[in-house]
Ligand binder design. Structure first.
Ligand code: SF4
Ligand code: SF4
Length: 352
């Protein structure tokens, strides 16, 4: 194996010996208790994974702390899951309970398995990206704090996967989550015609628009935006800093529901709009946490065992979803974003 400094190291170098020895031979796993999975190999070997929620943006001190725990209880083997959980890979059964005690002492939540809320997947937010309509980790922390009991207990009808993307360009997984929190801009980009020709490549800017709303403006050596066609995605701003879209007054959050990646029982599904707009209200986003909790509670009270949010909605119908949750149905829920043909919404008959 050649060693370079490009890309991540080979994962096989970092597997615990029990996984290496039983590679391809793992027979089944069972959930021993919330957050603790027992994996059993054909050879009879066992591995316990202990899942702990992390806030994703973590300090070096926190990483040192969990590494110390891993050194003490599982020969240093731990991994981060794609949902920002920390998983301790424990090959000695007798170490599981002492590890759980040590985690409890440090206030670290163990859970996220089975019919529970796993940690929220999310994007970069204000701390890193330049196009967000909202923050990411701040809202995730507020929502997870509010739904803490559903992370540590397996008390829900089915798995609950919540995700957050801070703009609709979406490097999160909001298109296919039970509940999705999506940052939305609500105003078109503001073009700085003075700056644009100096810092942006016009053909690239035009090509960046998914709705073909951007056209050249040769007179000004700049571009113009057809605001009727603009869906405020901010993709042009990603390409061109002279097309600022962030708007502190108007940016906010939409909530979508009913998506899933899994093809168990029913086909994978896209999330659909439930709440078109909630304000950005840092640091704890009370409107968002309340809206998410309401959906979770109504689903938990009404779904059959094993029914994901989208499956429940399919069974009862969208009308009943809006009725039960008390979420108002508005003109924003009508999905008729088509350019070339007139739709009911664009006719004079449309009155809301
Ligand atoms: Fe940036 Fe959008 Fe990804 Fe958020 S979702 S990190 S704003 S590209
Ligand atoms: Fe096009 Fe999106 Fe820019 Fe609007 S915000 S002009 S839709 S790229």
């Amino acid at each position: 194996m050649s060693r370079t400094d490009i890309g991540p190291p080979d994962f096989r170098e970092m597997l615990p010996p029990v996984i290496k020895e039983n590679y391809g031979k793992w027979k089944y796993h069972e959930i021993v208790k919330p957050g603790v999975l027992k994996h059993v190999s054909e050879s009879g070997a066992e591995l316990y994974s202990v899942r702990v929620g992390s806030p994703r943006l973590v300090s070096i001190d926190f990483i040192r702390e969990i590494c110390d725990l891993a050194d003490e209880f599982c020969d240093g083997y731990l991994r981060f899951t794609s949902r920002h959980n920390v998983e301790f890979l424990v090959s000695k059964k007798e170490n599981v309970e002492p590890l759980l005690d040590a985690l409890k002492e440090k206030g670290l939540p163990v859970g996220g398995t089975g019919n529970s809320l796993s940690n929220m997947i999310h994007t970069q937010g204000w701390i890193h990206c330049h196009t967000p309509a909202t923050d990411a980790s701040g809202i995730v922390k507020a929502v997870m704090d509010d739904l803490y009991e559903h992370f540590v207990n397996m008390d829900l009808p089915a798995k609950l996967r919540i995700s957050l993307a801070c703009c609709l360009n979406m490097c999160g997984a909001v298109h296919c989550s039970d509940i999705a929190i999506l940052g939305i801009h609500r105003t078109p980009p503001r073009i700085d015609h003075e700056r644009l020709p100096k810092v942006c490549e016009i053909p690239t800017v035009i090509a960046s628009c998914p709705t073909a709303a951007i056209k050249p403006d040769p007179k000004r050596k700049s571009v113009k935006v057809n605001e009727e066609r603009c869906m405020y995605c901010g993709n042009c701003y990603t390409m061109c800093p002279a097309m600022e879209i962030i708007d502190a007054e108007n940016d906010g959050i939409a909530i979508l529901v009913g998506g899933k990646v899994s093809n168990a029982r029913t086909a994978p599904a896209f999330s659909r709009l439930a709440i078109p707009y909630l304000p950005n209200n840092p640091p704890r986003w009370p409107e968002v946490t309340e809206a998410v909790r309401n959906i979770v509670e109504v689903w938990a009270a009404n779904a059959k065992k094993g029914e994901r949010v989208g499956e429940w909605i399919q069974r009862i119908g969208w009308e009943n979803f809006f009725k039960l949750t008390g979420i108002p149905f508005t003109d924003k829920h009508i999905d008729d974003f088509i350019f070339s043909v007139p739709t009911f919404r664009t006719t004079t008959n449309f009155k809301w």
